[in-house]
Design a protein around this ligand. Structure first.
Ligand code: APR
Ligand code: PHB
Length: 385
């Protein structure tokens, strides 16, 4: 088999890249390790920046997004009994859209056949070869082979693409947080019209939603926490406690899904080596505070698709050479924002009374400063491409 761009991974990065390339007539194939059913069932975050929704509109894969996406004009930062509302729309002129990553993924997969985007599901043991030659190729399963001009590594944090960068050229930067998020999804109305990020003596909590009838909540739990320590009743009690005034309005219901995810900040540079280009979680991870993960995957592939299309349409290699620097510049700013919001809103086991006062002073400053609120709002809504 031969193609122009071989994409590893059918998460948001790989699927969006595939559609952007197909829309410009570039041939590509996606190899995905998991089954379609598995990928479609994965529960992830749910806040889309305008940069991300713009891509979906441009592709015309937006019917369900337009019908079901919820525009959100602000969100709350709660500390104990105090709430500071960040009026994103008034401060930036833009809104974000609450629409689950799971739904984005389903829409992109459903639109693939009619647009000639081939996805090979359950492709085991994908291996990258000769990435720094002009004729790279992939192999998988029992001796299947795909020859290609370029490889796009969109295979998430644990995929094989990042490891194909020689150790001598790869620099990585990492911060692992000493806690995780325990999430619950339930078919109950949200406790508030807007998202609420809360810092409480017992730790962080987030009230989010997928629709007017489906809620998504999270609490900070210690590293290595076991799910059996959190029967539904205990989790609902804890959410009610940590979420401040909105906690009293929580409607409880059976869990559709419950899971614990670790928090990590990670960046690998460069995001390119030879004919291999990295995009999304395989090159960088953010903690979910601020919901930047999917949106960064989308901005990476906006840059990468433009670079590849420039190469095929005009023979111009400049954007390809500049990809890593351009993408990483935006990534680092989102890393900074996610890290800072994580530091502001969580209880760190190593922190003492001084660090706690710093959190309170920062929140107090944000409450009284339009400049500080604007800085948060413009990052939350998404920095321009
Ligand atoms: N071969 C083929 N596919 C692979 C392999 C492999 N060896 N390893 C991983 N994959 C697939 C995974 O099964 C997954 O479907 O790559 C895909 C990567 O998708 P994501 O992890 O969703 O990463 P990305 O597309 O970069 O999207 C980033 O998704 O995970 C969230 O928090 C993350 O919101 C962020 C966004
Ligand atoms: C979610 O709805 O899953 C969500 C929302 C906002 C975040 C993280 C996760 O910052």
């Amino acid at each position: 088999m031969k193609t122009q761009v071989a994409i590893i991974g059918a998460g948001p990065a790989g699927l969006l890249l595939g559609h952007l390339l197909r829309a410009a007539g570039v041939a590509c194939v996606i190899l995905e390790r998991q089954s379609r059913a598995y990928v479609e069932a994965r529960i992830r975050a749910g806040v889309l920046e305008r940069t991300t929704t713009d891509l979906l509109h441009r592709l015309g894969i937006d019917a369900r997004l337009n019908a079901e996406g919820l525009p959100h004009h602000g969100f709350g930062l709660v500390d104990g009994e105090r709430t500071v509302r960040i009026d994103v729309a008034a401060l930036t002129g833009h809104a974000v859209t609450v629409y689950g990553q799971t739904e984005v993924t389903r829409d992109l997969i459903a639109a693939a056949p009619e647009r000639g985007l081939d996805i090979i599901w359950e492709a085991g043991d994908v291996a990258l070869h000769d990435v720094d030659s002009s004729a790279p190729f992939l192999t998988w399963a029992d001796g299947q082979r795909l020859d290609t001009d370029f490889i796009a590594g969109c295979d998430g944090f644990h995929g094989p693409s990042r490891a194909a960068l020689p150790a001598a050229v790869q620099k990585s930067f990492e911060c692992v947080y000493p806690f995780g998020w325990l999430g619950i999804l339930a078919d109950v109305p949200p406790c508030d019209d807007e998202l609420i990020y809360a810092n409480h003596d017992n730790g962080f909590a987030l009230a989010s939603m997928r629709s007017p009838t489906r809620s998504r909540y999270y609490i900070q739990v210690p590293d290595g926490e076991r799910m059996d320590n959190w029967p539904d009743d205990r989790l609902w009690d804890e959410l009610a406690l940590r979420l401040g005034p909105a906690g009293a309005r929580i409607v409880r219901g059976p869990a559709l899904e419950k899971s614990i995810a670790p928090l990590r900040s990670f960046v690998c540079e460069p995001m390119q080596h030879g004919r291999l280009f990295l995009a999304g979680d395989c090159a960088h991870v953010v903690p979910p505070t601020g919901a930047k993960g999917l949106n960064l995957a989308a901005s990476d592939v906006a840059y990468l698709s433009a670079a590849l299309i420039g190469f095929y349409h005009d023979g111009d290699e400049a954007l390809l050479h500049g990809y890593s620097a351009r993408a990483a510049a935006r990534v680092w700013k989102a890393e900074r924002f996610s890290w800072q919001l994580t530091k502001l809103m969580h209880r760190f086991p190593e922190d003492g009374r001084f660090e706690r006062r710093m959190q309170l002073a920062e929140l107090d400053y944000i409450a009284g400063s339009v400049a500080a609120q604007t800085a948060i709002a413009e990052n939350y809504v998404g920095l321009p491409l």
